[in-house]
Design a protein around this ligand. Structure first.
Ligand SMILES: [Zn+2]
Length: 96
């Protein structure tokens, strides 16, 4: 059964109640007053892996970023490994 957070509109008490989602809201356990559902804050965004993705939100932005970064990455690899090695081992990077 789902759990819900409630705040009493009368005395401000915060409490958690467990009931079916189609059942009516309970009353305040402190004073019996009417209560209002409190929406729990979503868990904070995961850092690290999620950050670059959220930074470039749309597909177009991602594609643009990829197009911008790929030649740089390729150049870095060419500088390090040589043109031939890159051509042979990373054909997907293509020619800039
Ligand atoms: Zn109350």
């Amino acid at each position: 059964m789902p759990r819900y957070d409630y705040r009493c509109l009368n005395c401000g008490a915060l409490f958690e109640a467990q009931h079916g989602f189609d059942e009516p809201a309970p009353v305040c356990p402190q004073c019996g007053g009417a209560v209002k559902r409190v929406i729990r804050k979503a868990a904070p965004m995961l850092r690290g892996m999620a950050a670059p993705v959220s930074k470039y939100a749309t597909k177009e932005e991602l594609r643009a970023k990829w197009a911008e970064e790929t030649p740089k990455l390729r150049k870095k690899l060419v500088d390090k490994l040589g043109e031939e090695t890159v051509r042979r081992n990373a054909p997907t990077l293509g020619d800039a």
